[in-house]
Structures are given as structure tokens and as C-alpha cells.
Write a new protein. Structure first.
Length: 648
């Protein structure tokens, strides 16, 4: 009984309960007395508090939570605009850029105190103690990576500063070149890798493990390598023309840096991949309450449990519907919570024969209906997008089947923006509608290591002739029900017929092999919140000019049946665009801001976020001095003025 109690208590702390604060003990801050950080059971709750940094079902926006994170990309869209994709919409904030320093400070405090106590003997060494210290190195790296992605160059801080030393704080504000920040993150992850238990150890059943750190290391290294490669020749890379840092003192060969980061990505991804195996059924990763039997692929997952009182206040199975009875007929409209997958995403998926849709006319049935769109397609698409006949839920012993996308807002039906309703996370499960205990959520899985290895290896060596690369790519496609001959796909690819922004880096088309590597990544990671990062690091948004996000084919055929159903139900629906503009739905066609620019027009300044004004105000050599004397420089294309827009 004691062991069971400890397990449930640990799981509750780890998996993010929304109904109780587990820090009922002494407050965790730098005000704790000398007796803190002197026992293993004091380290655990401090680490547990950090797990809130990791994704959960409430990470995204709206009822769908985590599975709507990609609304900030070209994979998914709401009816509203994404400000990053429009000119003169993002402003320099007054405050907030260094908000994450509170988390970094907590990490630094933990690491400094535990190191000190281990040296003076007030904390007894042990494997569990080492693991908790490894977790804190991981969380510092995790926090720093989010800052690297947002701002690029950034201060590197490992000490706990005090408010009273103004000069020391100003010095600590100085930004380091992004490649140095990335190397610092990798060094923290190396510490985590050395200190944490492997996933095979029972201690890590619901905790971070060595493989998580290796996977995350491959993610960081690949991100930095590709950023430096594709943003080369711009002010967004240290030493580039117009870089606002100290160019005179920067002598690093960035070509060597790119090779270094690619090598690190390859090495760490391979260690994860070779020690893992893919789950046979892709959908089973997202429609289960318990993923403990899938540890071959799932390195860390969130458990939601009524017994352990671990919950998340989102719709348990991210699904819902409106049923309208007319005579002897029942019309079922499944909602999309103001979101939906895009035509760009759906069209990028391959046929099961391994060919793109335009190269497989005998197999591709066209996109006039949702059923025909999904026929003979990659299983990752089929199981992630709702089509008529799919089960929405079981209610009172009866299966409710999807019939129409909720393109109208009436009778409690929430609209889908595109007609392609996300099904990932609710396909074929029996979780109660609106449950506070949703399905388990994978946080880190080995499939990403496969993808990271494939991309990094090809960029490093410009060849596919590698046994590990072939093995990983074959296994990914095999599970997706797609012909495993990826060379056949590459040969059949015509970039002029693809509509994926990722066929570009900058304003140049990439080669067909690299594009198909990117296609594989997009297909595997659908609705997992990684698409924006990929578009940014690949520099694929330069060509987002007069770009209209589109959804399903509405006007060829679907509108006839749908409008008849709406008429029967006394519902009104007006498509955002008529057929003369496009046969595909354009959700933002009635959005005045998007119409003003004739679609999305990305400003390159938005590849990096502007630093907030308070950073400059608090980093002048003399306290209260003019912000023009600040030791901090602003990101390229942004002024040092709160409320201002990017320079044009």
C-alpha cells in the first residue's frame, strides 16, 4: 500500500493536476532556509513543478487544446488571422521578453544549491539525486531553447543574481551569439544525459529519462544547424551582413558550426532510434488512456487519471457534435472548434502506392468529397482527419457517426474553418465527452529521432546511402501503410505541382530529395505543434506573399448535399468565398485584414521576435540612463520603441 501511495502521489505531481497545488510544503524559492536541498525528497517536488513546462492537453487554444497548436502555421487555421503572417501587426512589447528568466533562475538556484550541498556533505549523493539534478539541467535547456527560437542571440546565465547588484545584472543582460546559446543548451543536455536514468529503469516510468534528453538534443542541434544554413547571409545569423552583435569580435566559421550541429543531431538521434521501435498502429498513440505498453516508441507521456486526480479541463476526447432531427432523418454536424487542417497539408500526403496525388491518377479519387480525398491515402492522414462514417463518440450505448463538418454555427455547433476536422486524439476511443480525464498524450516519441536523423544525415552528407537512414525511413512509411520505396516518391515528385511552402528555403526551391524528407516530417508530426518551428528554421516563409490558406473543395460537388442538409435543418450557411475565386474554402476571405493584403504577406523581421522595451531600459550602463546606451541590441528589423512595428 505504501508503494502504491508513493506512485500515485508522484504521478499527480508530474502530470499536472489542475485542481490542486502540490507545493503544500515550504515555498520553493531562494528564501528557503539552509535545510532545503539537503534531501532527496526535497529535490523531487522542486523538479515536479517544472513538468508544467511540457505540453499537455491544454497547451493550445480552444477546446481542442494541444492538437490546435499548429494553428500558428500553414497546417491548420482558424477563421481569424495569424498576426505573424501579416505586415505591421506585431508590435514591440513594453515588457515580457525576459519573463522566462524566473524559470532559469529557479533552475540555477537548484543546481547551485545541490552542487554546494553535495560538496559540503549536507546532501548525500545517490543515483536518484543525480537523476533529479539531470532533470533540472534538462529543464534549463528546455527553457533556453524556447528563448533561442524566439530571440536568437540571448544572455547565458548560470548564476543566481541578486537584485541589489545593478552592474552585475547589466553585464548579465548582454546577448551571446545564437550559436553559443545553442552550444550551451547542448552542454546542459549532455549533463542530463550523463545523470538521468534510461527509460528501461522503472524509476522513469512517468519521468524524464536519458532518451528524452538525447531526443531533445537532436531537436536543438538540427534546429540550429538548419537555421544557420538557411538564414546565412542575413542579419539573423551571427557575423552576417547587418548583424547587430559585435561583428569585430566574432570569428567563428559558421560552416564548421553547421557541421558540428548536424553531427550532434545525427549522433543523438541515432542513439535514440537504435534503442527504440515504432508502435505498429499510429492511431493507437493518440486514442489510449494508458501508453505504458508503448515504451518502445513513447519516451514520455502524460497520464490523466481519475484515481490519481490528475486532470485537465479540456474536452476529454476533443470531439463533439450537433444532431438535428428532421422527420425520420437525423443530421449530424461534427464541430471543429473554429479550426481545421489546410488543403496544403492534406494534399502533401502521399497515396499508399508511394506517389504524390498528381502522379497517381489511377489511385487518387480526387477531392470532391471528404471520402474521396481520404481514399487510398497515407494512414496518418486517414486517422487524423474526420470523414463521414467515422465514430464521433459512444453515447448511452450508441455510436454517434460523423456526417457533415460543422461549417455553420447554430444549435450549439462550433464551426470548423476548413471542413477538414482534426480527428487525431479522438479516433475510435470510448472516453466520455467533456471528460476531465482526457486521453494520454505522448510528449516525446522516437519517431521524431528517426526524422531528425534522416534530415541531418542528408544535409551533412548529401546522400541517402546509409543503412540507418534507409531503415528509419522505411519503418516510418511502412507503419503509415505507404510503399516503402522512397526513391520512387522522389522520382515522381514535381515541385511545380506541390503547394507546400516547405519546398522553398528563402526564395529558392530545395531539391526533390530534401523536399520529400520535409514531407515525411510534416506527415508524421501532424497537429503536434512543430510545423511553425520547421517553417522558421527552413526559412520557408519568404514565399508567403499573397498567400491564401485554403480548406476543403466546397464548390465542385460537396456544397450541393451540404446546402440541402442545411435547408432541411433550417440552417443558413454562406461560404466565405464563391467558386469564381476558388473552389476551395478560404476561411479568411471575409477577414478584412487578410483581404487588405490579398492573403498572407510575411515580413522577414517576424522570423525573430522583438525584444521588449523594458530590456533596454534596465540594461543601460548607468541606472535610469538613456535606452540608446543599452548594452543590449534589438533584433534585426525591429526598433527600440514600445508599441512600434517592424521597420519597412
Amino acid at each position: 500500500m505504501k508503494l502504491k501511495y508513493i506512485f500515485l502521489f508522484s504521478a499527480t505531481l508530474l502530470m499536472g493536476t489542475s485542481c490542486a497545488d502540490f507545493l503544500d510544503k515550504e515555498p520553493i524559492s531562494d528564501n528557503v532556509d539552509g535545510n532545503f536541498f539537503t534531501a532527496e525528497n526535497q529535490l523531487e517536488p522542486y523538479c515536479n513543478n517544472m513538468y508544467g513546462l511540457l505540453p499537455d492537453h491544454g497547451t493550445g487554444t480552444g477546446t481542442f487544446g494541444y492538437f490546435t497548436t499548429d494553428n500558428n502555421s500553414d497546417d491548420m487555421t482558424t477563421i481569424d488571422q495569424v498576426d505573424n503572417f501579416l505586415p505591421q501587426r506585431v508590435q514591440v512589447p513594453a515588457t515580457g521578453s525576459y519573463g522566462s528568466f524566473s524559470t532559469i533562475r529557479n533552475c540555477n538556484l537548484f543546481l547551485a544549491r545541490t552542487e554546494e550541498n553535495l560538496k559540503n556533505g549536507t546532501l548525500s549523493p545517490g543515483a536518484n539525486v543525480n537523476h533529479y539534478i539531470g532533470e533540472m539541467y534538462f529543464f534549463r535547456a528546455y527553457t533556453y531553447f524556447s528563448l533561442l527560437k524566439a530571440y536568437g542571440d540571448f544572455p547565458i546565465l548560470t548564476e543566481v543574481l541578486t537584485d541589489g547588484d545593478y552592474a552585475a545584472n547589466v553585464e548579465a543582460n548582454k546577448r551571446k551569439p545564437r550559436n553559443e546559446v545553442a552550444r550551451f543548451i547542448l552542454s546542459d543536455l549532455d549533463q542530463a544525459i550523463d545523470l538521468m536514468y534510461p527509460k528501461s529503469n522503472s524509476f522513469t516510468a512517468h519521468r524524464l529519462n536519458r532518451e528524452c534528453a538525447l531526443l531533445f538534443k537532436s531537436r536543438v542541434a538540427l534546429y540550429e544547424a538548419t537555421w544557420e544554413k538557411y538564414h546565412a547571409g542575413t542579419a539573423r545569423v551571427p557575423g552576417g551582413p547587418g548583424w547587430p552583435g559585435d561583428a569585430a569580435s566574432f570569428h567563428t566559421d559558421l560552416n564548421q558550426e553547421i557541421q558540428f550541429f548536424l553531427d550532434e543531431a545525427i549522433k543523438s538521434a541515432k542513439e535514440v532510434g537504435d534503442g527504440s521501435s515504432l508502435t505498429t498502429n499510429y492511431a493507437s498513440l493518440y486514442n489510449q488512456t494508458d501508453l505504458s505498453g508503448q515504451r518502445g516508441e513513447v519516451l514520455l507521456w502524460r497520464m490523466y487519471s481519475e484515481d490519481a486526480k490528475v486532470q485537465n479541463q479540456v474536452m476529454g476526447a476533443t470531439h463533439g457534435y450537433g444532431a438535428i432531427e428532421v422527420g425520420d432523418k437525423t443530421y449530424i454536424f461534427s464541430h471543429g472548434d473554429n479550426t481545421g487542417f489546410t488543403r496544403s497539408l492534406v494534399d502533401s500526403y502521399l497515396m499508399t502506392n508511394g506517389l504524390p496525388i498528381y502522379a497517381s491518377q489511377s489511385s487518387y479519387q480526387g477531392d470532391k468529397t471528404l471520402e474521396s480525398t481520404m481514399a487510398n491515402r497515407d494512414l496518418r492522414l486517414v486517422t487524423s482527419v474526420a470523414k463521414p462514417g467515422d465514430k464521433i463518440m459512444t453515447l448511452n450505448g450508441k455510436d454517434i457517426m460523423y456526417q457533415y463538418p460543422g461549417l455553420i454555427a447554430a444549435s450549439g455547433i462550433r464551426v470548423t474553418s476548413t471542413g477538414y476536422i482534426p480527428r487525431k486524439g479522438w479516433a475510435d476511443n470510448d472516453v466520455t465527452y467533456n471528460s476531465a480525464y482526457p486521453l494520454a498524450l505522448p510528449i516525446f516519441r522516437a519517431a521524431e529521432a528517426y526524422l531528425n536523423y534522416i534530415e541531418a544525415y542528408y544535409l551533412r552528407y548529401n546522400t541517402l546511402e546509409d543503412a540507418t537512414l534507409k531503415k528509419y525511413w522505411t519503418e516510418l512509411r511502412s507503419r503509415a501503410g505507404v510503399d516503402t520505396d522512397f526513391q520512387k516518391t522522389i522520382n515522381a515528385t514535381d515541385l511545380s505541382k506541390e503547394i507546400d511552402l516547405a519546398r522553398y528555403s528563402g526564395k529558392e526551391l530545395v531539391d526533390k530529395t530534401l523536399y520529400n524528407i520535409r514531407r515525411e516530417r510534416r506527415s508524421e508530426l501532424i497537429a503536434e505543434g512543430m510545423r511553425k518551428d520547421d517553417l522558421y528554421r527552413w526559412r520557408s516563409l519568404d514565399m508567403m506573399q499573397n498567400y491564401w490558406v485554403e480548406g476543403m473543395n466546397y464548390w465542385d460537388e460537396f456544397h450541393t448535399d451540404f446546402e440541402a442538409a442545411c435547408t432541411a435543418c433550417k440552417l443558413n450557411y454562406t461560404a466565405p468565398n464563391d467558386a469564381s475565386v476558388s473552389k476551395y474554402l478560404r476561411p479568411q476571405a471575409m477577414n478584412e485584414l487578410v483581404k487588405k493584403y490579398n492573403g498572407y504577406c510575411f515580413e522577414e523581421a517576424n522570423y525573430l521576435s522583438p525584444l521588449s522595451y523594458d530590456v533596454f531600459r534596465m540594461s543601460t550602463p548607468v541606472e535610469g540612463g538613456d535606452v540608446s546606451t543599452s548594452v543590449v541590441y534589438q533584433n534585426p528589423g525591429w526598433p527600440v520603441k514600445a508599441g512600434s512595428y517592424a521597420n519597412q
